[in-house]
Each structure stands twice: as C-alpha cells, then as structure tokens.
Design a protein around this ligand. Sequence first.
Ligand code: JFZ
Length: 441
Amino acid sequence: PKKDTIALQHGAHRIGNRTDADMARWRSLRFGQFIHWGVYAIAGGEWNGKVYNGAAEWIRSWKEMPHEEYDKLYRQFNPVNFNPQQWASQAKDMGAKYMIITTKHHDGFCLWPSKYSKYNIAASPWKKDLLGPMIDAYNKAGIDVYLYFSIIDWNHPDYRPSLKNAADSAAGKRFQVFVKNQLAELLQRYPTIKGFWFDGTWDASWKNDGAFTDELEQYLQSIHPGLVMGSRLRADEKGARHFDSNGRLMGDYEQGWERKLPEKIEDVHGNDWEAVMTVPENQWGYHAKWMGHVKSANEILEMLVKSVSLNGNFVLNFGPKADGTFRKEEQDLMTNIGAWMKVNGDAIYNGTYAGFEKQDWGYYIRKTGTDSVYMVVFNMPVSGNLRVKMPARTYLTGVSMLQNNVPLTPELIGREEYFLRLPNKQSDVPVVILLKTSTKE
Ligand code: JFZ
C-alpha cells in the first residue's frame, strides 16, 4: 500500500475493508430496496398544473412553488393505505435483503415523531409514527433496515450552507447539536437498525468541519457498535470528502456510486461499495409523470449482477405515493425481478468478484469463499458457444444450468480454456450456469 504523505487527525482510521461480522453481513446481502417517501409525494412533481422537470423530492426548491406552500403539505399527509406488512412482503418477494428508508430528506420532514423538530409525522393527519411499524414489518420479513438521513435541512432555522459570520457559526454549532440529538433519538427508538445512509453533506458548512463528522461517526458507533455507515458522512480536516487527502476511503464503504456503476474491478480499488439506482432517469420520490427512459427488469438485473461481479451491493429505489401505495410500474418491476431472483438468487447473495477474465456474454460471480462460480449470461452469442477462460492452474470439475441442474459438457479448446455450448436461442431473461472449479498447485 502506498504511504500516506499528509498527516491527518480526521482522515481514514482504517486501511482496507472492515472484517467484522456486521460488515460481513452487509456485504453478503447484495440487493437492497431504497424508499424515498415524504410530503413531496403529495405534489408528485406537479404544482398549480405545471410539471416539475427535476427530481420530485426537490420540488420545494423550484421557483414555481413557494416554500410556504410546500411547508403546508404535511397538513395533507395521510397515507391511509400504508400497509407495512405488504411493503415488506413485496420487498422480500423481489429478493431484497435490506432496505433504506428516508427518515428525513432535504425538506426536513421527519417520518418519526421527533422530540427535536415539530415538522414531523405527529403533526400530520396521520398523527402517529410511520418508521416504527415499517422497521418492525421489514425485520419480521427477515430484511435489515438502514436509515437515510439528510444533513441538509431546509426547514431548520439554524441550517446554513456556509458559515459567513459569527452568527452563522453560532447557528452551525446549534445545528450540529440538533443533528446529534436526532441521530441518537433514532438509534434509541429503533435499536434493530443496521446503519445510516447519510446524504446532503456537500455544503461548505458540513465539509469544512471534518473533525465534527469524525466525532459524530465515532459517537454513533459508540452507542450502537457495528453500525454500517458509508463514505458520504465524512470529510477530513482539509475538506476532502469520501476519500481523505491521502486518498483513503473514510466510512465503511464507498457511497459515491449514484445512478452509475463501475466498469471494471480496478475502478473500486478493493473497497466495499454500494450503488443506488432509480427506475426512471432521476426520480427518487414519487413523480406522477415519469419522463424519459424507464428501466426494465432485465436492465435492472444486469446492473445488479454487474455490481455483485465487481464486489458491490446494488440498491433499487422506489417512490411510493402519498396514500402509501406503489405505482403499477414499480409493482410489476418488483414482481418480475422477484421471479428471476427466486430461481437464480443463489448467484447473487454472498456473491463476489470471481477473478476470471471477463467475457462478452456477461458476468462471473463467485460464491464467497467457495469454488462455485456462476456465469450470468446476458448476451447469447449467435454461435451458442460461451467462452470460459480459467485463471492459471484452475480447472472445471462440473458445469450445470442453475435453473434445473441439467449438466453441460464443456469442450476443451485451449489451455485452461473451454467452450460451453448452449442451444442457440435467445432467452427472455438472463441464464445462469454454475461452474464447479478446482485449483491445482
Ligand atoms: C441525493 C439527493 O439530493 C437526492 O434527492 C436523492 O435522495 C439521492 C439518493 O441523493 O442526490 C445526489 C447525491 C449525490 C450524488 C448525486 C445525487 N452524487 O454523488 O453523484
């Protein structure tokens, strides 16, 4: 490893990935569900008959919508059709092993009855906690829960993007206390959560106080050991975010893969990482009028498989409606992804980079710590011949179709190199082949 050149007190405190059981669990889950839900779902990307072109959860920042109007929306927030058991069972059927819920987005509205802000769910017609029942239902379905929390808070009187004078600095100090209080409150109310997913940390007021981000991360770890928190929380004392001024990752995994994926294993530098993805182009909260391309189940599956093949987690976002139901497009997507995952999920969970030379037909995924390697085929060659080039001194000992265990006979075409012949037929969904391998000394 390269030597650090800059002395830092608040840079990375660890070299390499975490090796404890909590982190190993996060790493094994591989597929998550993200949920952006808040009062922005009431507007659904529209105001006064006009459609907002930006991300629906940002509509408050649109010049067409006065802040006073947005800040009154909570008086209508009443998700009468919210059924946490149904949410959890559809996530489970899709194959998600963890979920991330927006406890508070940039608008500052809290989905839990916070002691520290009146702008919360208890003030809405719904009146009662939303997070508690949601977390319970997901946990009962065997799904780990992570809490999204925005540092940027458009509703809080002490939030400042930058600190320009003594009064700003005083407000900034009060705001830090508020953040700390809210996070401790969440941990105290919801002790089963596995981590936080921080956002809204790009403003100068936050990134210029690396010491505070460091103390906060350690404080949260001290009250809830094992918490998993990505790199987006932290800055070092020189204002470097995600990676410190020596280029070392801060936090537990790289959290910058947003609506984009790495192309090759070198792009992730050996770090744990997670990608978050929207179904349409750039919509996280509910937008009634999706614009542009909407991803299909096969496109999403390819992103999931590619992520796992490069040692990452993949999280797919959903934006429920204000009444607590999911739009038809999202329901259908969950059903279609789930149908594939039920047959082929073995290739995903506990999957890791296989160390095989990439081929044009798709992706390899190794079951962590084993000699089992899955080939997930997205591009069937017209010849029907799938090339497999094994690493040095590695040999095939068995080949079968994952969906039905039907064996395939490999043809040796070179040193440690094979063709697997499949019927030259396009499949409607990716096909998975299981390779059993062995390595000779
Ligand atoms: C942020 C939010 O502003 C957005 O509303 C949503 O919650 C998303 C998950 O996070 O948006 C970002 C944050 C970081 C990047 C892009 C969009 N980034 O690092 O490229």
